[in-house]
Design a protein around this ligand. Structure first.
Ligand code: ADP
Length: 262
């Protein structure tokens, strides 16, 4: 039995197809989010690669910021629930999830059965999200994937005092013109994101294991900065950008089983 999870995010679109609720047949990401061709493109890529059709899916669950714009789903489930489900499936020891996406950051607390006990979210401000890093990468003329390599070579993170993305961008420009190295500025950018994200996690108390999900978890510089800020190890979920879509596919599997029993 095949089920599909679709995560229509602000920055990217993701699809996971599962076989019998455990084997991942395909996991795809297109770096274009809601309101773009991203959702349709990622769907087509996932179906082509797997050789499956929409009719082969027992159930489809959509999640993410743009989940209500995806009309081929049987049901919509919140990102909080889907990230919790996906991460707990991948890392059953997870008790605190830090999810940093394109437009928001979340800290989610789990009990030992994977249930969400508390969550804290910043979706009001770009600081502490992927968007903050994307803006700084542009100014620094570095790609998103290169950010971690520069960070690894930093000697002293350059402090970024502004919590506003627009002012922080001016700060970065001024540091560049004063000759501060890109490596140190980038480490400072990552530290700023880490402090913001950890601020959310502190509100519920940080219980190990701490696991990161979302696109920004692919940036080892941010992961290092979060681990340093929390003074504890941080586990990166395998393929962290599709954790929400995986959770959605798992919900779809549960829905399909329930429908069979009826
Ligand atoms: P959303 O679900 O809100 O669309 P994602 O979880 O897909 O967001 O995260 C998008 C963010 O992830 C981007 O803003 C970007 O900063 C970051 N990102 C995406 N791919 C990579 C990568 N390969 N390395 C580092 N960061 C990445």
């Amino acid at each position: 039995m095949y089920t599909m999870g679709v995560d229509v995010g602000s920055a990217s679109s993701k699809v996971v197809i599962l076989e019998d609720g455990n084997r991942t047949v395909v996991a795809k990401v297109v770096q274009l989010g809601t309101g773009s061709s991203g959702p349709q493109r990622v769907l087509e890529e996932a179906l082509t690669e797997s050789g499956l059709k929409m009719e082969d899916m027992a159930k489809v669950v959509a999640t993410g910021y743009g989940r209500f714009s995806f009309n081929q789903a049987d049901r919509q489930v919140s990102e909080i629930s889907c990230h919790a489900k996906g991460i707990f499936h991948l890392v059953p020891t997870a008790r605190t999830i830090i999810d940093i996406g394109g437009q928001d950051a979340k800290a989610i607390k789990l009990d030992d059965r994977g249930g969400v006990t508390q969550f804290f979210m910043n979706d009001k401000c770009a600081a502490g999200t992927g968007r903050f890093i994307d803006v700084m990468a542009r100014v620094l003329e570095v790609t998103i994937t290169e950010m971690q390599d520069y960070d690894a070579k930093a000697t002293e993170p350059a402090p970024i005092s502004s919590t506003c993305t627009v002012f922080a961008e001016s700060e970065v420009i001024s540091q560049l013109s004063q000759g501060t190295s890109k490596e140190n500025i980038i480490a400072g950018v990552h530290q700023s994101v880490a402090v913001k994200a950890c601020g959310l996690a502190y509100r519920g108390g940080v219980t190990p294991d701490v696991v990161m999900s979302g696109g920004v978890a692919q940036n080892a510089g941010v992961v290092r900065a979060i681990s340093k800020e929390l003074k504890q190890p941080v586990i990166v979920a395998p393929n962290p950008q599709v954790a929400g879509a995986l959770g959605a596919a798992l919900y779809a599997y549960e829905d399909a089983l329930k429908a069979m029993k009826k």
